[in-house]
Ligand binder design. Structure first.
Ligand code: ADP
Ligand code: MG
Length: 399
């Protein structure tokens, strides 16, 4: 199959001459053209070309901003920048925005085709997962926790998982540890045949080989999901040892393991918290949530997990009488990220099972999720936070 190409350049003559060059090689096929960055992003999302040849200087949205958008919103597509000699500083920015390679104008037919084919083949290999293991050297377990139902744990976990997948193209799995009333499957319109409850009834030694079969792929995003039990009474069969085994196996193959939880400290939730690199405590600006958040943070402190815990403030709407600064003061924690209240988008998204990050990435709430996911991606490079002690002997606190 030919490598599909989109050419983005504001000068029609340039587009035509590139098209002519490429028409000589049956391995590549130009499927679209764009005269500015905005059109390039739109057509890339629609047509999913393998490669975008992107000019830097274009009116409106320039090539760098367009590259950034494509990296976030159409990660399967690779961008190659076309620049002229004096644009070195822009080139650096373009590579930082996610461009895969660049080519300096004027270029020969061979230079252009070599670059296209090299980028295509490297990225194809990546996509097919051949480099998967190599990329999981520092797997991240990120748990969304919260002290009150309805605070937005599931909405944030689902949308953040998809944003991480889009931004990094790495393997992302979402584990629903709200073992009684898990609703990740509903929020993503997934119809699982089996859940974590059946998985943990397999012989422990077989779990390593069987786990992948228990994951359901959320097709629109490529995020894998381990669904919660279908019946609330099955909560208890998922033990500390099961949770530890499952998360350890996932860490072999997945770069990001996102865990959604219930509001109570079950064995499974405590184990996930213990094994997390980052705990995101979802809170909101109402007095009852703040009170419970404070209590839950205190527990995490007792368990020596506060060093890796950050507060995410959901549904911010400062007309409600409380400000985020008030929350920081009340909790004694800095807020890592604020997510605006936008019921018009968030609620129908949950009801329809289509996460808003897919349908409304450019809204205030969509952009806030991308900010959160970018902070998690960058967080990997941060020095590791405080060491935490094992909690096995602390289960007693809650029994
Ligand atoms: N930022 C937000 N703005 C508006 N509604 C939100 C927001 N975050 C979540 N919601 C809505 O609140 C409801 C409860 O969220 P959910 O994620 O199920 O909470 P939890 O998992 O903590 O119980 C859902 O209908 C969800 O769409
Ligand atoms: Mg939930």
């Amino acid at each position: 199959m030919a490598i599909t190409i989109l050419i983005a350049d504001d000068i029609e003559q340039t587009r035509n001459s590139i098209k002519r060059l490429l028409s000589l090689d049956p391995d590549v096929r130009v499927i679209a053209e764009a005269a500015d960055g905005k059109e390039a992003v739109k057509k890339t999302i629609e047509l999913k070309p393998d490669i975008v040849l992107m000019d830097i200087n274009m009116p409106g949205l320039d090539g760098i901003a367009a590259t950034e958008q494509i990296t976030l919103r159409a990660p399967e597509t690779s961008v190659i920048i076309m620049s002229v000699q004096r644009e070195n500083e822009y080139l650096r920015k373009a590579m930082f925005a996610g461009a895969r390679d660049y080519i300096v104008k004027p270029f020969t037919n061979d230079e252009l085709l070599d670059t296209i084919k090299r980028v295509y083949h490297i990225d194809k290999e990546k996509r097919s997962g051949l480099l998967r293991r190599a990329s999981c050297t520092d797997p991240q377990v990120i748990t969304f926790f919260g002290a009150k139902g309805g605070v937005g744990k599931t909405a944030l976990a689902v949308n953040t998982a998809i944003a991480l997948k889009q931004a990094t193209r790495s393997n992302v799995v979402l584990v629903d540890l709200d073992l009684q009333f898990g609703d990740v499957a509903a929020a993503m319109n997934i119809k699982p045949q089996q859940s974590i409850a059946e998985l943990v009834q397999e012989p422990p030694d077989a779990v390593v080989d069987l786990l992948e079969q228990y994951l359901v792929e959320h097709k629109p995003s490529g995020v894998k999901v381990l669904c919660a039990p279908f019946k609330p009474e099955q909560e208890e069969i998922v033990t500390q040892a099961d949770t530890e085994r499952i998360l350890n196996i996932l860490k072999e193959d997945y770069q990001y393991i996102i865990v959604d939880t219930s509001t109570h400290f079950s064995e499974a939730v405590l184990t996930a918290l213990e094994m997390s690199n980052t705990i995101l405590m979802v809170s909101a600006l109402d007095v009852l949530t703040v009170k419970n958040t404070k209590l839950a943070l205190h527990v995490l402190q007792t368990l020596d997990m506060h060093g890796k815990t950050d507060v995410v403030l959901n549904r911010t709407d400062e007309t409600m009488g409380m400000k985020s600064q008030d929350l920081e003061d009340a909790l004694g924690y800095k807020i890592r990220c604020t997510i605006p209240a936008n019921g018009r988008i968030a609620v129908p998204a949950i009801n329809k099972g289509i996460p808003f990050i897919i349908t409304h990435p450019k809204t205030n709430i969509g952009e806030a999720i991308f900010r959160l996911s970018n902070s998690l991606i960058q967080g990997i490079e941060k020095p590791s936070k405080k060491k935490h002690k094992r909690i096995a002997n602390l289960f007693g606190l809650f029994s």
